[in-house]
Write a new protein. Structure first.
Length: 367
């Protein structure tokens, strides 16, 4: 049995000094020594910060590999990179592709035996051409329940999230019919407020990268953003310093709260790589510094991993306890796996990230 000592991030969203005992890939016991600490107090006492492993439900690639084109071996290397960055659970995410390509992606991911891979996120092909972003419009199609079944079969049931534009023909009916077993998320959409609310009432559970690839919030036309504020759905945020202004991040936390915000990376293959030319879903992408764009200047995912996004959210003024919750517990609940991951509790997987007082990664444990 191994013992980890330090400032433990608790399921209640604070820190307490104590010990975590792990054995055979599980947290066997958590022993607290003192009273609750704030993040600042935990940093001041000089002991390590012990966090749950981070959970990134939306990431396309890293270290030169793209989920859409990577072999099973390359997907395994991506999972190892994610783990090295404290991301002990993640969902390889597809782009809008033809059916044969999506099937092949699903098969390749399902062949990878790595504990970090918790599911597949389909970002397309059921999206709006008007808000396609970096998606290839050639392969955008109307919602298709039978296609979902074929992809589920190819993936061995690994599909967890399906992005959808609710204004497209048949979308709300599909959501209503399939949302008990799948998590549909509003994405790449021109939907107005009423349509978004209708989709939420039909079973939508979250919104893909809130603010990006959807109409802006307007006081007379609140759109999807207003519907997210006005409901109980979760919202993904890309806190990479490029996709969202810090003021927007702060105001969204004030409106929605940490338990309804899911920090994601939306990372692509240039993550962890030098500046240069890369691909996203078969399209050419240019990485310069912290920004990745298509050749026409359209933002093309991020080049930050979830650990980077967590740190940026804290630097942007989000209370560290809240940012950590949105990178661990909230996405674990969205996955339906909070009974196994997302917090440091007896009986859960020993997925643990240890940071020093400068927030650098000291060690990562993963079941």
């Amino acid at each position: 049995m191994k013992r980890l000592s330090g400032n433990i991030y608790t399921p209640g969203g604070d820190f307490r000094q104590g010990d975590v005992h792990i054995e055979d890939g599980l947290i066997r016991d958590v022993c607290y020594k003192g009273d609750s600490l704030t993040y600042e107090e935990a940093l001041d006492n000089g002991e390590a910060l012990i966090l749950p492993g981070l959970v990134d439900i939306h990431t396309h690639g890293c270290i030169g590999y793209d989920t859409c084109t990577a072999s099973s071996d390359e997907i395994y290397r991506m999972a190892e990179y994610e783990r090295s960055r404290g991301i002990t659970s993640y969902c390889p995410t597809t782009m809008t592709m033809p059916e044969d390509a999506l099937k092949e992606i699903c098969i390749r991911v399902s062949e990878v035996k790595h504990s970090a891979i918790k599911g597949i996120y389909l970002e397309g092909p059921f999206i709006s051409k008007e808000k396609k972003g970096a998606q290839n419009p050639q392969y955008i199609i109307p919602p298709d329940s039978e296609l979902i079944d074929r992809l589920l079969a190819a993936s061995g049931g690994l599909i967890r999230f399906i992005a959808i534009a609710p204004e497209t023909e048949g979308a709300i009916e599909l959501i209503r019919n399939r949302s008990k077993s799948l998590c549909f998320t509003i994405a790449h959409t021109m939907a107005d407020y009423d349509t978004a609310i209708a989709a939420i009432e039909a079973g939508i559970k979250q919104v893909t990268h809130l603010y990006n690839a959807m109409p802006s919030y307007n006081h007379r036309a609140p759109g999807v953003v207003g519907a997210a504020y006005d409901s109980d759905v979760c919202a993904e945020l890309i806190c990479d310093g490029t996709h969202l202004h810090p003021a927007v991040i702060r105001s969204t936390y004030k409106i929605m709260g940490a338990d309804r915000i899911i920090l994601i990376s939306d990372s692509m293959e240039a993550t962890g790589m030098p500046d240069g030319e890369y691909e996203l879903g078969g399209q050419r992408v240019i990485k310069r510094g912290s920004r990745a764009t298509l050749t026409d200047g359209t933002l093309a995912g991020s080049v930050s991993d979830l650990y980077d996004c967590l740190r940026f959210a804290i630097l942007a003024g989000i209370r560290a306890e809240d940012a950590i919750y949105s990178a661990t517990a909230t996405p674990a609940k969205a996955l339906g796996m909070y009974d196994r991951i997302g917090s440091i509790e007896s009986g859960k997987a020993a997925d643990i990230l240890i940071l020093n007082d400068k927030l650098d990664i000291s060690e990562v444990f993963s079941a």
